[in-house]
Design a protein around this ligand. Structure first.
Ligand code: MG
Length: 237
């Protein structure tokens, strides 16, 4: 790296920040119901039961859900499994389920990167969940992964653990939809810019050090303010 060239990292969460997991769930619920010739409600109930058994929704694992459903849909007379777990997993993991689940404003990230490129912006992922499932959603979403740097992919079972947080340099910005995440960041790493994306209401975080946005469209002016102390583009138009 050249001396004097500042690296400024922008990390983005995946679920409910860039991709709507409810849309993906709705897509695979429809497909599973069709494949198994049961009602969507039945698949929803089985999924709910599986989710209720998890300590946290970020522990969701499609292969575990497939196993859960496979074990409960039995043939009437023989009580054998009607559908092998692997078949159900393949349906959930069909890339088609992810199509259309990316929020429209994710399209602005190319512009954010261009506008702040000369100011040293680097894009990364800051995600909590089961690794292969998070990567699957990224790969098959409409997110342009060319904008991101592979070495800045932080996908962990617990992203707020100190060994993960220790790798995030001071001055980085992190966007997340979960209030508890941005509030914890503001407390534990006040040298990081915690940005709450609230897609559900007009509420603004009252927490000191947390910046609230309602759409990724607001990211570019906010980052210019946080990183450069100005709302104006640094390059003449
Ligand atoms: Mg999230």
């Amino acid at each position: 790296m050249q001396t004097g060239l500042i690296e400024r990292r922008l990390y983005l969460d995946i679920d409910k920040t860039m991709v709507d997991p409810r849309k993906i769930r709705s897509n695979f619920t429809i497909a599973l119901a069709e494949h198994c010739s049961v009602s969507r409600k039945k698949i929803q109930q089985l999924t709910r039961k599986y989710l209720d058994g998890l300590e946290d929704s970020t522990k969701f694992d499609p292969r575990e859900l497939a196993e859960h459903i496979s074990a409960r849909l039995r043939k009437k007379r023989t009580k054998e499994r009607a559908f092998p777990s692997e078949d159900l997993a393949a349906i959930i993991l069909d890339p088609l389920r992810v199509v259309g689940a990316t929020y429209d404003d994710v399209g602005v990230l190319g512009r954010v990167r261009r506008e702040l490129f000369a100011s040293g912006i680097h894009l990364g992922i800051f995600s909590q969940g089961v690794g292969y499932w998070q990567e699957h959603k990224l790969q098959h979403s409409e997110i342009d992964l060319n904008l991101f740097e592979g070495k800045l992919f932080e996908i962990h079972p617990d992203k707020l653990s100190s060994d993960v947080l220790d790798r995030i340099p001071a001055g980085s910005a992190i966007v997340d939809d979960k209030e508890v995440v941005v509030e914890t960041l503001a407390e534990q790493r006040p040298d990081i810019h915690a940005i709450w994306i609230n897609r559900n209401s007009k509420e603004i975080s009252a927490k000191n050090g947390v910046h609230t946005i309602f759409s990724l469209d607001e990211l570019s002016p906010l980052l210019r303010r946080l990183w450069l102390g100005t709302d104006q583009p640094t390059q003449p138009k």
